[in-house]
Design a protein around this ligand. Structure first.
Ligand code: NAI
Ligand code: MG
Length: 492
């Protein structure tokens, strides 16, 4: 009998994969032309009357005018949050607080489609991701933390956990809705009130969330949303009425915030950058690992702090992995974020595109072996094709610096000790991935990697019950899970 081999299945990945357009409809989306600040349960004009534009990075078109909050507005918001904390929220029985949080979770689910489309319009991410990842996970964070609200004594046995007061929260543009949920849900569950600032390029889902807070009847002032850019964020960090700062963003800004908070009584958590190692051993399931590499670096245009941006492949399989990876990359569709077939949407802003382009140019100048896919990209908007560099060295800037785009730096290794040393040779320590058939190797390697989150035989998987956070310059503290409650509590 003739033995069947895989060669019989002629897969030609290099054909141009064409799908009919399948855009998500935007008819049902209700957006205002102008958004004010959300303070004390109402939308109010900013004191100084200034507005800025938020645009759609896939079309470069303006979506809406957004209020630019100043120090004065932050002061009003912090006072509203303080008043709500002292007179309403901290006095309310925990199980009553939980009801509001559950209600918010359910309302996000009911309006999931609307939120997904707005997230993709404002930030450029593929609808498949906002629909299947960001929005459902945002709802599940509210559900998860709602469950803890009246069980805090069980979370911390023998302690009497008490809220801190007013939390000032500053979030980035890569997961706008999900980061709002990561920040707001544990703060509310622990009895704190909130002043939150979304990123300037992606404020819309946080403002739509404010509409949900109104509809849910959340007491006035419990959550306040103050839009604006760096100066607005700094006004929140430096306001004396803030008891805790929660920040997610760049390591540079994280350092500024940490300096500003030194010597104050404010608690803080910082979720900063990353340069994760994704490690493929020779005995790994190679096809799954290739999917994991793709998911690790090309997911959300590589705008992911825990992106698997450094790939380490064991020498014996390196050629095969790189060949399969290139084949798979050629099938990735870059384009309209609202199209359901799109794998890679728009780069979030012109500034971010410039940053990616300049780091890739540095990689080319440094002499790395460079490969970029040949897919077509729209003529308008901000786009970057999936790109890999192989043959790079530990000292290359593209190996050391966070690019925050769909760009992968590939190195090879021979031994476990060698790869652990290389993987740990970074200023960051947020996440890592290990691919091998051997459970014992997973335990050996993961126990030596200095990273807060490590995936084994998978990548970029999130769950509200798992803590998330980094070592070294990747930040301070943990969010998510039981660990995510304590930064919002004082214990005695
Ligand atoms: P960023 O750190 O400047 O922005 C994050 C948030 O902080 C935004 O809401 C921003 O308005 C606010 N902010 C900026 N300066 C502030 C200040 N002095 N005080 C208080 N708040 C402030 O990040 P940016 O400029 O948007 O991106 C630059 C680079 O940072 C990216 O290329 C990427 O490498 C990295 N980044 C990392 C993120 C992560 O999750 N680790 C998220 C966003 C960016
Ligand atoms: Mg925008």
């Amino acid at each position: 009998m003739k033995k069947e081999t895989n060669n019989n299945i002629a897969l030609n990945f290099n054909t141009d994969w064409k799908y009919a357009p399948a855009p998500e409809s935007t008819d049902h989306i209700k957006l205002k032309k102008k958004y004010d600040l959300f303070i004390n349960g109402k939308f109010v004009a900013p004191v100084k009357g200034k507005y800025f534009e938020t645009t759609n990075p896939a079309t470069e078109g303006k979506i809406a005018d957004i209020a630019e909050g100043t120090k004065e507005d932050v002061d009003i918001a912090v006072k509203a949050a303080r008043n709500a904390y002292e007179n309403v929220w901290s006095k309310m029985p925990a199980k009553e607080r939980a009801k509001y949080i559950y209600r918010i979770a359910r309302m996000i689910q009911e309006r999931a489609r609307e939120f997904s489309v707005i997230e993709s319009m404002d930030g450029g991410k593929a609808i498949r991701e906002s629909r299947d990842v960001d929005v459902p996970l945002a709802a599940s964070h509210f559900f998860y933390y709602a469950g803890w609200a009246d069980k805090l004594e069980y979370a911390f046995p023998g302690k009497k956990p008490k809220p801190l007061g007013v939390a000032g929260q500053i979030i980035p543009w890569n997961f706008p809705m999900l980061m709002a949920a990561w920040k707001i849900a544990p703060a509310l569950a622990t009895g704190n009130t909130v002043v939150l600032k979304p990123a300037e390029t992606t404020p819309l889902t946080a403002l739509k969330l404010a509409e949900i807070f109104q509809e849910a009847g959340l007491p006035d002032g419990v959550v306040n949303i103050v839009t604006g850019a760096a100066a607005t964020g700094a006004a929140i960090v430096n306001h004396p009425g803030i008891d805790k700062v929660a920040f997610t963003g760049s390591t540079d800004v994280g350092k500024i915030i940490q300096k500003a908070l030194a010597g104050t009584n404010k608690k803080y958590t910082l979720e900063l950058g990353g340069k994760a190692a994704n490690i493929i051993f020779e005995d790994a399931p190679i096809d799954q690992a290739v999917e994991g590499i793709v998911n690790g670096i090309f997911f959300n245009q590589g705008h992911v702090c825990c992106a698997g941006s450094r790939l380490f492949v064991q020498e014996g399989v390196a050629d095969m992995v790189i060949r399969k990876l290139k084949d798979r990359m050629e099938t990735l569709i870059v384009g309209d974020p609202l199209d359901k077939n799109t794998d890679i949407g728009a780069i979030n802003s012109k500034e971010q595109l410039k940053k990616i382009e300049s780091l890739v140019q540095i990689g080319i100048n440094e002499g790395g072996d460079y490969y970029q896919t040949s897919c077509s990209i729209p003529s308008k908007g901000y786009w970057f094709r999936p790109t890999i560099f192989s043959g790079v060295s530990q000292s290359s800037r593209i190996v050391q610096e966070e690019i925050f785009g769909p760009v992968l730096a590939i190195q090879t290794f021979r031994t476990t000790d060698e790869v652990v040393e290389k993987a740990n040779n970074t200023a960051y320590g947020l996440s890592a991935g290990v691919w091998t058939d051997k459970g014992s190797k997973i335990f050996k390697v993961t126990s030596q990697l200095r990273a807060g989150v490590i995936w084994a035989n998978t990548y970029n998987k999130f769950d509200p019950t798992s803590p998330f956070g980094g070592y070294k310059e990747s930040g301070v503290g943990r969010e998510g899970g039981l660990h995510g409650l304590s930064p919002y509590l004082k214990m005695n």
